[in-house]
Ligand binder design. Structure first.
Ligand SMILES: *[C@@H]1O[C@H](CO)[C@@H](O)[C@H](O)[C@H]1NC(C)=O
Ligand SMILES: *[C@@H]1O[C@H](CO)[C@@H](O)[C@H](O)[C@H]1NC(C)=O
Ligand SMILES: *[C@@H]1O[C@H](CO)[C@@H](O)[C@H](O)[C@H]1NC(C)=O
Length: 287
């Protein structure tokens, strides 16, 4: 009896550990103002952060939840921001966000897309996203993502010349600790609803945008990473390059600019620029 009880209590002790192994965006801070997120699958309080259904990762580059996180639902509020606004995205761990982000290998990337109408009612399924930042290795063998493990937020700056409008900010962590196998990468996307003021003119070129799913393949060099634990690591970011206007190098409308070669391999199509077309993918499988 005592032995059986001990085994049962041992299993109970083990279970929460696996639940704690993932996480979500607990809050965002925009120019010093804090906006709370909702617990995954919990009560949907007013927020600017689209709520996800679980702390578990999105698996597979063709998963529809690659768009804004697992089964994400639109949020009721929109936050004001401006060109140059400093945004801190607080990724937290555990079912209720009471622990720190648990992963430390892989990139942190931020994308944006313009909402038609308010972002609180914008279906981003077919949205064209552009990348505004990508952070990978901070030293030869440590990743910026490891800073989240010690309670630091992810940092991103709204491009200083972005044209005003309604935008979703897509904060994405990819955790690569299992990505030595195809399909092992863990995607954690999250979408934050913004209205951006100012009088900028910056916008991406048509070959700098992609859809999610659509922008990644499970075999991209930065998603399937068999040598991630064999230094020296050279990391290739997936998705399109950071949009040229982000660094002030171009703005929309000229159509004359050329961009550097894409980070991801594959067969770019004229309509999708650097991104994959979703019809090129094999259908997602459920395990
Ligand atoms: C996501 O939504 C689908 C369809 O409603 C459902 O079958 C699935 O269980 C949900 N997944 C999670 C993790 O909540
Ligand atoms: C902007 O340009 C600088 C200098 O060329 C470069 O180091 C930096 O990575 C660029 N930033 C982005 C977001 O591409
Ligand atoms: C964000 O910036 C703060 C302050 O510079 C820094 O401590 C933290 O590590 C940064 N976050 C990441 C994920 O690098």
């Amino acid at each position: 009896m005592i032995a059986a009880f001990n085994i049962v209590s041992f299993l109970f002790l083990l279970l929460p550990v696996s639940v704690l192994a993932h996480g979500y965006v607990g809050s965002v801070t925009i120019d010093g103002k804090v906006y709370q997120g909702n617990v995954p699958g919990g009560t949907a309080n007013p927020s600017v952060i689209r709520q996800v259904s679980t702390i578990d990762p999105v698996k597979g580059a063709t998963n529809p939840s690659l768009n804004c996180g697992m089964n994400a639902t639109m949020a009721s509020d929109v936050a004001n921001a401006n060109p140059g606004s400093q945004i801190l995205v607080s990724w937290v761990g555990g079912a209720t966000g009471d622990s720190e982000w648990p992963h430390n290998v892989g990139p942190i990337m931020h994308y944006m897309t313009q909402c038609s109408g308010s972002c609180s009612s914008f279906d981003s399924t077919s949205a064209e996203w552009f990348k505004i930042s990508e952070l990978g290795l901070e030293t030869s063998d440590t990743w910026y993502q490891a800073n989240l493990d010690v309670g630091q937020p992810a940092n991103v700056t709204i491009p200083s010349n972005i044209e005003p409008g309604n935008y979703l900010l897509r904060s994405e962590i990819i955790s690569l600790q299992l990505a030595t196998s195809v399909g092992g990468a863990e995607f954690y996307p999250a979408c934050i609803q913004l209205t951006i003021g100012g009088s900028g003119t910056g916008a991406p070129q048509s070959n700098e945008v992609c859809q999610f799913p659509g922008g990644y393949s499970d075999t991209d060099p930065g998603i399937y990473t068999p040598n991630i634990y064999n230094p020296p690591i050279t990391y290739t970011f997936p998705g399109p390059p950071v949009a040229g206007f982000v660094n002030g190098s171009s703005s929309s409308g000229s159509g004359s600019g050329t961009t550097s070669s894409p980070a991801a391999t594959g067969s770019p199509t004229p309509s999708m620029g650097t991104c994959y077309s979703s019809f090129l993918y094999t259908p997602p499988h459920v395990t």
